[in-house]
Design a protein around this ligand. Sequence first.
Ligand code: FCB
Length: 446
Amino acid sequence: MSKIIFPEDFIWGAATSSYQIEGAYNEDGKGESIWDRFAHTPGKIFEGHTGDIACDHYHRYKEDVQLMKEIGIKSYRFSISWPRIFPDGKGKPNEKGVDFYKRLTDLLLENGITPAVTLYHWELPQKLQDIGGWANRDVTDYFTEYSETILKNLGDVVPIWITHNETFIVTFLGHVLGIHAPGIKDMKTALQVSHNLFLSHGKTVKLFREMNVKGQIGIAPNISYVYPASQSPEDIAAAELAFGVHARWHLDPVIKGEYPKNVVEYYEKRGILPSYPQEDLKIISEPIDFIAFNYYSPDFVKHDDEQGFVSIDSELNNFERTEMNWIVYPQGLYDTIMYLHREYDQPNIIISENGAAYKDKINNNGRIEDTKRINYLVDHLTQVHRAIQDGVNLKGYYLWSLMDNFEWSYGYSKRFGIIHVDHESQKRTIKDSGYWYKETIANNGF
Ligand code: FCB
């Protein structure tokens, strides 16, 4: 007997992104992306792995849709590779690229699976990086032109749209730490990039309304609750600052049309505040239909005289951790949801990613008994359910990930899927967690 039952129309989803699964990196007229360039640069990715072939989803999408159908997934979140559509980032669209996503979308719909499209899951055309990438304001217009092409082709059949995935990660991992493409290490550039990402989001939402697209549109930042290391006023202020930098900087402008004050002061003191015309904030805060967010683990911080805050993650020994070494803390998901609910006036909320990497092994019977992943999912979905009981407008949950895939700088060394992929033979095998998800979806709970 199920004990935890979700609302009738709850969206049970699974997510992937184009570079992580598609492969076919130079086929049918696709241009080079910053991830192609980054992965092909020696020393950037674990053991030199690349997304050249990835899960070969570009050729195997029919089999993958069948697997989704078998599991009973109600909605599939995938992203579109911008350089597949515009090899040079702009100009004339590549029909073969457009056609792939049309075929995929049609097949999903034929199988009763709702497509949810992310326009930008980090695949900037390299040609646009060559003119400065997201630090160049012109790129916000090229993004809008790319979005327009996609909306013209898929706008009448796709009901759920996400502009950007994880602007914090694009900014910090891509432009401060340099461990993601394009591998830049400059804080000032990074903040200008973040502003331009938000601007491109706002311009696209505006276009979406002007084009009268029927579906709903939102954005998907990664939001993790930040807890203070102690209850001292210094640590509490440090946690607020860290949450501001990680989360509010990426949502306040979009929802409220202003950057958080404590973070503005913090960046101003360091002389790295981005410059922009004031009217930008009006465009950036064009109303959206839902807030989507990705959640994996929380952060714990303490006060630091120089930086303002510093993470104490590595000092914490009492938490269970995933294969990514990320803390398992389901309460953090609940706290994040409740924060969004309170702070942004009870918006519609979608969890656009949540899941865990573990060392999965195929046993002698051909099964993958990933009990830890099942426990992770049960514990996190229990918190999702709790938030719904508390009155949050929580519409759906997209599990990361449908299948094992290219985990950015970790290459294929981390497995997040509920479907196992043998990266040599491309054989897919549904893991125990996949069967567990199937049952959960069928029962609308567990
Ligand atoms: C998120 C990304 C996604 C995936 C998961 C594990 O940061 O959005 O592509 O790599 O982490």
